[in-house]
Design a binder for this molecule. Structure first.
Ligand code: HEM
Length: 462
C-alpha cells in the first residue's frame, strides 16, 4: 500500500501512468478527471434523486454503470496514449459522484460516509451560502433547489453520440430515479485553438500537476519551475475512500457550481474602466483577470505578448506593491504565489495547500460573436481533499474578502461577492491608482458538493 509519505511527496517528475509502479493500484481504482482533466470536447451532467422504494435496483444500476462506463485514472491515461500513438479515439468518459444525502439514501451508515464539513452540510446550507456570497437558494435554477443524490457526468468528442448516450441513461433511470436536471457543456476555443471561457480569456493554464506528461510539458515550455512550481502532492486532492475495497482506494471531493457570465455587460464595464483610467481596453481586462486574453500575465508585461504557451513560471516578487498586477486581480486573489506569506503568518506550503484542480467547461452560446447577457457561462468544477480549506477558503477568504491580501484591496472583480471597490493602476508599474467599482458579472445559479468514490466501492455497493 502507498504510505503517508507517498501522498505528501510527489516523485520529482510526477506519476507516470505508462509505468505506474507502486501507483498502479491507486490509478486502477481512482476515477479519472481528478489528477488530470479528461480533455473531451463535450460533456453532459445528469443530476438525479434516487427513488427510495427500490434501492436494490438502484444499486444494481450503479454497479452496472460503473462496470460498463466509469473511467479509471489508468484507463484515461491508456486511452490518451492510444490516441497519441494510433489516433484511436477514446470511448465515452464517465464519472459517478454522490452527495452526503445520496450516500444516506443508498443506506450507508454515518461512519461509511466521507466526512468533510461542507460535504456533510451541502451547498444550500445557510452558513455556507452566506460565506460564499451566493444568492438565496430560491433564486437558484430549480434543478439545484432539490436535494441532489448523485451526479452522472459523461463526456465525449462526438456530441451526437454523447447526447444519445445521455438519453439512454435518462431512460434507464426513469424507473429508479428522478432526473432533476441536465447540463450540457463544451470546450470553447479561440481562433488559435486555445481553451477559453466566455469573456474570451485563455483558461486552464495554471493547475496543480501530478502526472509526468503534464510536468515535463510545463517544464519544457516554462524552461523550469524557478519562480512557480506547479507540482502538487497527491494529498492536495485525494482522500482515502472509507468504502474502498483495495489498500489504495481513494476518492476526491468535487465542488460543482453553475456560474452564469454576462458577457455583454462585462465588456461594457471593462470599456468603462479603461476610459476611467485612460488606458487601453485590453490592459483594463488584464487588471481584472491578472492575464491578458492570450494568457500573458500582466505582472510581466503591459501588452499581450501572444505567447504560444502562456507562461506560468512567475510570481509577484518583482511586483510587491502590485503596481503591475493589482492585488485584486482574479489570478492574484486565487493564487497569491507568496503574497500571503509576506503579508501574514503563513508559509508557502500552507498557501499552496489551498490550491484546487479546476476542471471547468463552458455552457450556453457557442458563437463568440454573440455577446450574451444570460444563458451562458462556466460549469465550474474543482477537485480537492478538503473543501473548507480549498474551494470555500479561496472563494470566501480570498476572492470575496475586502482585506485580502491587504486591508482595502477590495473583492476579486471577476467572482468576489458582494461586489465592491478596487484600486486600479492608472499607469502600469507606477504607484498612482484610481478607485473603480467593477460590478459582478458572474452569477451563481446553483451547485452542490460531491464525492468521487473509488471504483471498487461503487462496484461492491453493500
Ligand atoms: C484562473 C476565469 C471562476 C479559481 C483563471 C483564469 C481565467 C479564469 C481566465 C486564467 C487562466 C489560468 O491561469 O489558468 C474564470 C471565470 C470564472 C472563474 C470566467 C467564472 C465564470 C473561478 C472560481 C474560482 C477560480 C469560482 C475559485 C474560487 C481560479 C484559480 C486560477 C484561475 C485558482 C489559477 C490562478 C493561478 O494559479 O495563477 N480563471 N474563473 N476561478 N481561477 Fe478562475
Amino acid at each position: 500500500a502507498l504510505t503517508e509519505q507517498d501522498f505528501k511527496n510527489l516523485p520529482e517528475t510526477g506519476i507516470d501512468p505508462d509505468n505506474s509502479g507502486k501507483y498502479q493500484a491507486l490509478l486502477d481504482d481512482l476515477q479519472g478527471n481528478i489528477l488530470k482533466g479528461h480533455g473531451r470536447d463535450y460533456t453532459v451532467d445528469i443530476f438525479v434523486q434516487w427513488k427510495s422504494d427500490d434501492i436494490p435496483a438502484v444499486k444494481e444500476w450503479i454497479i452496472n454503470f460503473t462496470k460498463g462506463y466509469v473511467t479509471s485514472a489508468q484507463l484515461q491515461a491508456d486511452e490518451s496514449r492510444r490516441y497519441r500513438d494510433q489516433k484511436v479515439s477514446g470511448s465515452v468518459f464517465a464519472n459517478f459522484y454522490l452527495t452526503r444525502i445520496g450516500y444516506e439514501t443508498l443506506g450507508f451508515e454515518a461512519f461509511q460516509i466521507p466526512k468533510n464539513q461542507p460535504f456533510t452540510m451541502g451547498m444550500q446550507y445557510e452558513g455556507i451560502r452566506t460565506s460564499l456570497g451566493d444568492p438565496k437558494v430560491t433564486d437558484w435554477e430549480v434543478g439545484y433547489q432539490q436535494k441532489i443524490h448523485s451526479l452522472i457526468a459523461i463526456a465525449d468528442d462526438d456530441q451526437d453520440s454523447l447526447l444519445k448516450f445521455a438519453n439512454q441513461i435518462t431512460q434507464e433511470l426513469s424507473k429508479i430515479a428522478t432526473v432533476l436536471h441536465q447540463e450540457n457543456g463544451f470546450i470553447l476555443r479561440n481562433k488559435d485553438g486555445q481553451v477559453i471561457e466566455h469573456f474570451g480569456f485563455v483558461d486552464g493554464i495554471s493547475q496543480p500537476l501530478f502526472i509526468k506528461r503534464d510536468i515535463v510539458k510545463a517544464q519544457a515550455s516554462d524552461r523550469n519551475f524557478s519562480k512557480w512550481d506547479p507540482r502538487a502532492p497527491l494529498d492536495l486532492v485525494l482522500v482515502k475512500d472509507p468504502n474502498g475495497q483495495t489498500e489504495d482506494s481513494y476518492g476526491s471531493y468535487l465542488v460543482y457550481r453553475k456560474l452564469e457570465q454576462n458577457v455583454k455587460a462585462f465588456r461594457e464595464d471593462q470599456q468603462a474602466l479603461a476610459q476611467a483610467l485612460k488606458i487601453q481596453n485590453e490592459l483594463a481586462g488584464a487588471y481584472v483577470m491578472g492575464r491578458f486574453p492570450d494568457g500573458t500575465p500582466v505582472t510581466i508585461s503591459d501588452v499581450p505578448m501572444h505567447p504560444r504557451n502562456p507562461p506560468n513560471n512567475f510570481n509577484y516578487d518583482q511586483d510587491l506593491t502590485a503596481t503591475k498586477c493589482p492585488f485584486h486581480a482574479h489570478i492574484r486573489k486565487t493564487n497569491p504565489r507568496g503574497d500571503s506569506v509576506r503579508n501574514s503568518n503563513v508559509n508557502l506550503e500552507e498557501e499552496r495547500g489551498h490550491r484546487i484542480a479546476r476542471r471547468a467547461v463552458s455552457y450556453g452560446e457557442k458563437d463568440l460573436t454573440n455577446a450574451s447577457t444570460e444563458g451562458s457561462g462556466l460549469l465550474f468544477l474543482c477537485f480537492q481533499a478538503d473543501i473548507e480549506n480549498q474551494f470555500n477558503f479561496m472563494q470566501a477568504r480570498w476572492s470575496n474578502a475586502n482585506n485580502f491580501v491587504k486591508v482595502g484591496v477590495g473583492p476579486d472583480p471577476l467572482i468576489g461577492s458582494p461586489q465592491g471597490t478596487q484600486h486600479w493602476p492608472t499607469e502600469w508599474s507606477k504607484s498612482s491608482t484610481q478607485d473603480y467599482n467593477f460590478k459582478l458579472w458572474v452569477k451563481m445559479k446553483g451547485g452542490e458538493y460531491f464525492f468521487a468514490p473509488s471504483i471498487s466501492s461503487l462496484k461492491n455497493l453493500p
